[in-house]
Design a protein around this ligand. Structure first.
Ligand SMILES: [Zn+2]
Length: 305
């Protein structure tokens, strides 16, 4: 059996998978986000409970929000209680088996290129999550690309293109990562709402923007045009760097059909002649992708580069 754990800002999910990746059991616990010791004890307890339910001892992979540096420190995470820890070392003292930890967005692309995923078997793929943030990860030659600093795939923290900022008169917003005008603040769900308001709309959620756009509202249309220009440009940069065969879109915005359908043309506008736009597809496993990808990494299915 294989266990996957996905640690989120508000909940922790664990799932037990059979060898064929059928999910046998899954459950959730609230995240003790401001108490690192309590979080570690809870994770250890969930693994023991999985052993009890499974009647065995599964392999283990854990997905975390935020970036792990080369020493195993968790940085830029929405879990303040964990900051003083070297996460891998702290987990090793609480867990009774070998494990893999990885950023949750990287787990997403592992899952979506694995068995049953949207891009099953694709060797070169980029997974782009557009939810409350803009995370990502790349498979290169069938292996998860980590890079020397273990943060490869952080496309959301590439900067806003100057031409688009000027054309749409966009404000340069501070980003949670400490940099200024990262794309994430404009292309993720809250960013789309921000764009709508920038052009005079009043939405409070991406869903409200979508309703306004379907109704033909001018500000919503302008926000969509700007959003597609930014998103198309950002993903075209990814294409130029990594030459993926497929781009898999996940997160809340992936539910907007016409956004996913418009992306290939939007990406193509920023590529030079002779460069093909990769297949753009929506996540097949949805919210389960993170926990499944973590389990696959823990099972040693996908090696990392
Ligand atoms: Zn940033």
């Amino acid at each position: 059996m294989h266990y996957g754990i996905d640690v989120g800002g508000t909940k922790i999910e664990i799932a037990i998978y059979a060898r064929d990746w059928q999910c046998l059991d899954r459950w959730r616990e609230p995240t003790p986000a401001d108490d690192g010791e309590a979080l570690l004890a809870l994770l250890a307890g969930m693994v023991r409970e999985a052993d009890r339910r499974d009647g065995g001892r599964g392999s283990l992979g854990l997905g975390f929000p935020g970036v792990l540096d080369e020493q195993g420190h968790l940085v830029a995470a929405n879990l303040p209680g964990l900051r003083p820890f070297v996460l891998e070392t702290a987990l090793a003292t609480h867990l009774d088996r070998d494990f893999i930890i990885e950023n949750d967005s990287r787990c997403f692309v592992v899952s979506e290129t694995g068995p049953g995923g949207a891009a099953e078997g694709v060797m070169h793929a980029f997974g782009a999550i557009l939810g409350t943030g803009a995370g990502g990860g790349a498979m290169v030659d069938g292996r998860l690309l980590k890079g020397a600093g273990r943060f490869a795939g952080e496309w959301g923290h590439l900067p806003l293109p100057a031409a688009a900022a000027q054309h749409y008169d966009l404000p340069l917003l501070p980003c949670g990562c400490g940099l200024e005008a990262c794309l994430e603040g404009y292309i993720a769900g809250p960013g789309l709402v921000r764009l709508h308001r920038h052009f005079g709309g009043r939405s409070a959620s991406a869903e409200q923007w979508h309703q306004a756009w379907l109704a033909g509202e001018g500000a919503a249309r302008r926000a969509r045009e700007c959003h597609l220009a930014l998103l198309g440009g950002a993903l075209a940069n990814v294409v130029k760097l990594l030459s993926p065969q497929a781009i898999i879109i996940g997160g809340g915005l992936s539910a907007v059909d016409d956004l996913v359908m418009a992306l290939p043309a939007a990406i193509g506008e920023h590529l030079f002649p002779g460069v093909e736009v990769p297949d753009v597809m929506r996540s097949r496993l949805g919210d389960a992708s993170g926990v499944r990808g973590a389990a696959m990494l823990g099972a040693g299915m996908m090696t990392t580069a």
